[in-house]
Design a protein around this ligand. Structure first.
Ligand code: BMA
Length: 328
């Protein structure tokens, strides 16, 4: 297959905006396919990562040569060196999952004191956002599709109720939406949180979608998101949303935090992709809170890029924003 590849010099360069970028970890990529296992022989990417009971737990999207995705599990003491389970923890089972279960995002819910996995089911019936629940991160109970009758994905559950209700982002193309529920089954969705910005600098002109679990800070929900442009280059950026009403965007820089520059981010299964489903806050070496952004590179491997929580907050609050588009 011929892949159209864009080098850094051909991709968008922010003019005048903040140059703050995530730092790639020297050990990245941290997870690779295993050609000896049919279900993860070709690609491992778009991983959820959560810290629990002193360990890092990863759920990753895996594809074999049939391109059907399942979700594998790996555990790590340091977030860098991973031990994989031999078999997927979630594999296609229902009719609405027949072509794969994709892009897990795992939330520890403070109120319910259990884990929820948001994942995308793919089948001839369409693209459906689904939820599953677990007490131990290995055995998952399906709760089923949460939005039906449309192609929808990139959903992630907030770590606590907001205004007394469960809250989740989802992506009704091309926008990030927010939906609320009392029972995790029936969801009301009436607000767009963020839209593509065709009048911005180019990189977020086509579609936007949520990243990992929203980070609660004193100043608002800090959220990472991906966007792509009209050449299908996927980049990552961040925004700050109101704590009580996360559909209110408090700050959204015009620029991005990361773009594909490494060979394995530019060339892979799908070229030019940095796509994240996890941004856990980890206590760093100096005792400072760090944001560890795990991301899929070119839909083939899992990478890690980091910054401190203070840096990310400062970027979101002080990088030039676009008042015209602030609330979309
Ligand atoms: C999106 C999702 C992601 C994927 C990305 C780039 O639509 O399907 O799983 O990483 O495209 O191919």
């Amino acid at each position: 297959m011929t892949q159209e590849v864009f080098t850094l010099s051909q991709t968008f360069q922010p003019a005048g905006g903040s140059r703050f970028m995530l730092r790639r970890h020297p050990q990245s990529p941290v997870l690779r396919p295993n050609p000896l296992r049919p279900w993860e022989a070709l690609n491992v990417f778009n991983a959820a990562v959560i810290q629990h009971a002193g360990l890092f737990h990863m759920h990753y999207r895996a594809q074999g040569i049939d391109f059907v995705s399942s979700i594998g599990y790996a555990v790590s003491a340091d977030g860098l060196n991973w031990n994989k389970l031999e078999h997927p923890v979630l594999a296609p089972q229902e009719d609405y999952e027949s072509r794969g279960v994709e892009d897990p995002r795992v939330t520890w819910h403070q109120g319910d004191r259990c884990f929820y996995m948001a994942y995308t089911a793919f089948s001839p019936l369409g693209i459906m956002p689904c939820l599953a629940r677990s007490g131990n991160l290995i055995a998952w109970e399906r709760l089923g599709p949460v939005i039906r009758g449309e192609n929808n994905k990139d959903h992630v559950l907030f770590p606590r109720k907001v205004a007394g209700r469960y809250a989740m982002f989802h992506r009704r193309p091309p926008h990030i939406w927010i939906a609320y529920s009392d029972d995790l089954t029936t969801w009301d969705s009436d607000s767009i949180v963020m839209s593509p910005r065709p009048h911005n600098l180019g990189w977020d002109e086509k579609r936007v979608g949520a990243g990992g679990v929203p980070i609660e800070t004193a100043e608002g929900w800090l959220v990472l998101y991906h966007a792509y442009d009209n050449r299908h280059v996927y980049r990552l950026s961040a925004a700050l949303l109101d704590l009580d009403d996360p559909s209110r965007v408090l700050a959204r820089p015009r620029t991005y935090l990361m773009e594909p520059t490494e060979t394995w981010e530019i060339r892979g299964d799908v070229p030019n992709v940095c796509f994240s489903c996890a941004n856990p806050v980890v206590s760093g070496a100096g005792g400072q809170d760090e944001v560890w952004v795990y991301y899929g590179g070119a839909d083939r491997m899992v990478g890690l890029a980091t910054c401190t929580l203070a840096e990310l907050t400062a970027f979101v609050k002080t990088a030039p924003g676009d008042p015209t588009w602030a609330n979309h």
